[in-house]
Write a protein that binds this ligand. Structure first.
Ligand SMILES: C[S@@+](CC[C@H](N)C(=O)[O-])C[C@H]1O[C@@H](n2cnc3c(N)ncnc32)[C@H](O)[C@@H]1O
Length: 220
């Protein structure tokens, strides 16, 4: 009997993980080294990194912007999905995180395809001209997501893909009693996405929830 949606319990989830691109030694070592270096824990799940990589490969993305680098894990994963001339420009506020990411990007198979730009992304995103990105991944502070959305819609080309991490916020997004600045930022962001014309959207329940939206072209 077919079901609209198959419930995914822990055992089925392990099966899904086993059938998905595995985290390689470089990314596993990067995750450990980030902790040892005193960086915040890298929370992105291997299957979410695989999801980003495959989505960008399917879209034949070339120019990708990331907001929030941390240790470079997602930047390396995304770069692996890009076409031969593809590149990721990733924005990071903290010089310590950026220096760590640069060190690990240099050790990776993607070393010539990722540029780390240090500074507050609310300001440094102005460096990108209109319509010049094939995809943008938002993964910095959640209170800033609405501004990142506004700037991303300018920078994305028509048909470009908007990605945003943590939109389920560990389930708090759906908890009427949750009211942290973080969850409020995410709710404002999702409302803005919902009410933006010409944005096709879905929340994919991978990792902590990944919003995928496409700036439609031609407009719907
Ligand atoms: C969740 S981590 C990014 C994780 C990374 N995308 C990954 O999956 O490997 C968020 C990062 O955003 C950075 N960040 C926070 N506010 C920022 C801002 N205003 N501009 C740029 N980066 C910021 C933090 O310093 C942190 O390194």
């Amino acid at each position: 009997m077919s079901k609209l949606s198959t419930p995914v319990d822990a055992a089925l989830f392990d099966f899904i993980r086993g059938e998905t691109i595995q985290e390689d030694d470089l990314l596993r070592d990067l995750r450990q080294a980030a902790l040892a270096a005193g960086l915040p824990e890298i929370h992105i799940a291997p299957e979410q990194a695989a999801f980003l990589q495959i989505l960008l490969a399917a879209a034949r993305a070339v120019r990708v912007v990331e907001i929030g680098t941390l240790g470079g894990y997602s930047a390396i994963s995304m770069a692996r999905g890009l076409a031969a001339d593809g590149h990721v420009i990733t924005h990071e506020l903290e010089p310590k995180h950026a220096a760590f990411a640069e060190e690990w990007i240099a050790k990776s198979d993607q070393k010539d395809r990722i540029e780390v730009r240090v500074g507050d992304a609310h300001e440094t995103l102005a460096q990108h001209a209109d319509g010049t990105a094939d995809a943008i991944f938002i993964d910095a502070e959640k209170e800033g997501y609405v501004d990142y959305l506004v700037q991303s819609l300018r920078i994305l080309r028509p048909g470009g893909i908007l990605l945003a991490d943590n939109v389920l916020d560990g389930g708090e997004i759906n908890d009427p009693n949750a009211n942290s600045p973080r969850v409020r930022g995410l709710r404002d962001f999702l409302k803005r996405v919902r009410t933006t014309k010409h944005l096709q959207r879905i929340i994919v329940p991978v990792g902590d929830g990944c919003l995928v939206a496409v700036k439609s072209w031609p407009p719907m």
